[in-house]
Design a protein around this ligand. Structure first.
Ligand SMILES: [Zn+2]
Length: 433
């Protein structure tokens, strides 16, 4: 029989979507426990009942820490790790000034490997157990992130970024090579261990119609794969798309016309959407990804969380490293709250933590495996210290319920609040002692 470990602490899990059901969608147990064996959660319940039922399990007592699912970051660019927090540009200038020169450096497989490893260690320390990443145009950069994830046991999604125009020499592929390289990587990695391949055109301005069609054909051959791209992030970008695709009804149509709109599509940003675009995204059941630190950092705009979730759209939450200004999903939740306030629709703490876990997992079609504490789920979880700094501790001491306590950590917490991160039941951060 597999060794069982019983983790004791406060526990938080979801039985429904808090955007539909309100905060009662969440279940909090101030003296809870998680039973883990073979990398999966076997049982969830009160500490007393699980101790009695599993007397031989190894016990790890996390005290007052809050045990919750590991964070799921639904849109990142791991190659931009070294250029996070670069000053003063908006989207197109930011790509040309900072992103493309750095992405060029990942042509060196050793450099790509080093960045991928540093990136995953950084996010594990922030409590993030799954990311969905863009790589660069270089196939080796995809191998680098999947190999680094495999070494850490992490469930990671990634794909080769495809660009065949409006990018510098050295960062352009072709319609044919984008198809061939993506297909080879998909065959190598999709479903291999915990890896999922994601078909990844960067965005319409950097792909010719021929390349978009080639990737649409690849997606049609592998409809179970996700397809990720960017949509309607900044007004200048939308005007540029209009000039590049004069036949298109709108930005989304540049994807739809080439087979790149579907239920497994993942559209990052989606800030300045026309009513037709919202209707189509909702009809096909596509997912959107909200990247709030990026949207304020690059000056993009205010995502309409309340309006889009009310339309039934699946929405994930993401850092958008390195357009986003933090690797932390706590900071990202705080930014989502602030953007909600600027729109007059503040998010409840239950909605924020749900977006960072189950909501993102649902956007990635992985909510039956990760993003929640429940029997049968993969044991990717964290221990949150709800009194990690003197400032947070003094506020949490006054909290009248778990939501007040958690909200102080969401708004003011950082990696010091992550007391531990477990991936498939194994402690990854801080390193096991
Ligand atoms: Zn992005």
């Amino acid at each position: 029989m597999a060794e069982e470990t019983l983790h004791l602490g406060q526990t938080l899990h979801f039985e429904a979507d808090p955007f539909a059901a309100g905060p009662s969608a969440a279940r909090h147990d101030s003296a809870g426990a998680i039973l883990v064996a073979d990398g999966r959660i076997r049982a969830l319940g009160s500490a007393a009942s699980l101790r009695a039922a599993h007397p031989r399990a190894r016990v790890v007592d996390h005290g007052q820490a809050l045990l919750t699912a590991g964070f799921v970051d639904a849109h990142v660019h791991y190659p931009q790790t070294r250029i996070i927090a670069s000053w003063g540009k908006r989207l197109i200038d930011w790509l040309n000034s900072y992103t493309f020169p750095e992405e060029m450096r990942l042509a060196d497989p050793a450099y790509a490997r080093a960045v991928a490893e540093d990136y995953l260690d950084l996010v594990l320390a922030q409590g993030t157990t799954t990311v969905c990443s863009y790589a660069t145009i270089h196939p080796d950069s995809v191998d680098a992130i999947f190999e680094a994830a495999e070494a850490r046991g992490m469930r990671v999604l990634a794909g080769k970024t495809c660009m065949d125009r409006n990018a510098p020499e050295g960062l352009r592929d072709t319609a044919q090579s984008a198809y061939d390289d993506s297909k080879a990587l998909l065959d190598r990695w999709h479903g291999c261990g915990r890896a999922s391949y994601v078909i990844t055109p960067r965005f319409s301005p950097t792909s010719t119609p021929e390349q978009l069609s080639a990737l649409g054909a690849l997606w049609a051959e592998h409809p179970d794969c996700l397809m990720q791209t960017h949509l309607s992030e900044q007004l200048d970008e939308i005007a540029w798309v209009r000039s590049l695709f004069p036949q298109a009804r709108d930005y989304l149509d540049t994807y739809e016309a080439h087979g790149l709109l579907g239920p497994n599509g993942l559209y990052g940003h989606a800030i300045h959407l026309d009513p037709r675009e919202i209707d189509r995204l909702s009809e096909v059941g596509a997912a959107l990804v909200h990247c709030p630190t990026s949207n304020s950092f690059i000056g993009s705009g205010l995502f309409d969380m309340a309006g889009l979730t009310a339309r039934g759209l699946r929405v994930g939450l993401a850092t958008d490293t390195g357009g986003g200004s933090s690797f932390s999903m706590l900071r990202t939740m705080a930014a989502a709250y602030e953007i909600g306030q600027l729109r007059g629709t503040p998010l409840h703490a239950s909605q924020l933590i749900w977006l960072a876990t189950q909501g993102s997992a649902r956007a990635l079609r992985l909510d039956d495996r990760i993003g929640n504490l429940a029997p049968g789920m993969e044991a990717d979880f964290i221990a949150l210290d709800l009194a990690s700094t003197p400032a947070i501790a003094q506020r949490a001491a006054r909290a009248e319920d778990i939501w007040e306590a958690l909200f102080a950590t969401i708004m003011m917490g950082d990696d010091r609040a992550i007391a531990g991160t477990w991936v498939a039941g194994q402690r990854t951060s801080p390193a096991a002692s």
